[in-house]
Design a protein around this ligand. Structure first.
Ligand code: GNR
Ligand code: NI
Length: 168
């Protein structure tokens, strides 16, 4: 197992649209293991392959307190959006370290994806799981949480990230 380097906003590679996985083979399994290790090391609850500069449609998530309940989603598709209710949640991102912003999203989604065995499954997600899945699926489209903020706020965050990068 290995940890991977996480791209930091405003790295333009974070804007890449990820491509579907053709076959869930050993290299994909190893990648998901490395992504999980990277996510746990960063104290994250989700990670999209985009964030580690791999532009394939793969997401890992673990919202358990014990960090022992990993979920792998390959080629995920949102098949239903419960749009009647919009909920606000304070979101963070491993690619925008130290920034937390309240964002509004549909409260629940139904997703279809392939698991680590290449088998399709359906997941109905609510609350934090729904938020994280929508956040990660945005990454696969090259979209980030800062895109929902005002231009002014995004610009302040961009400057802060560049300053942090220089001082590291
Ligand atoms: O670790 C993370 N926490 C989080 C909190 C609220 C909403 C979304 C997230 S995802 C984030 C990890 C990350 O950057 N995933 O892309
Ligand atoms: Ni993120």
């Amino acid at each position: 197992m290995a940890t991977l380097k996480i791209l930091i906003f405003p790295d333009p590679k974070l804007r890449t649209v990820a491509r579907p996985v053709k076959q869930v083979d050993d290299s994909i399994i190893k990648l998901t293991q490395d992504m999980l290790e990277t996510m746990y090391e960063g104290d994250g609850i989700g990670l999209a392959a985009t964030q580690v500069d791999v532009h394939k449609r793969i997401i890992v998530i673990d919202i358990s307190n014990e960090k022992n309940d990993p979920i792998v989603l390959i080629n995920p598709k949102i098949t239903k959006v419960i749009n009647e209710e919009i909920k606000s949640y304070s979101e963070g991102c491993l690619s925008v370290p130290g920034i937390f912003e309240e964002l509004e999203r549909p409260s629940a989604v139904e997703i279809k994806a392939l698991d680590i065995d290449g088998k399709e499954f359906t997941l109905v997600a609510e609350d934090i799981l729904s938020v994280v899945i929508q956040h990660e699926m945005d990454h696969l489209e090259g979209k980030m949480m800062v895109d929902y903020l005002s231009n002014l706020k995004r610009e302040m965050i961009r400057k802060k990230m560049i300053k942090q990068r220089v001082s590291k």
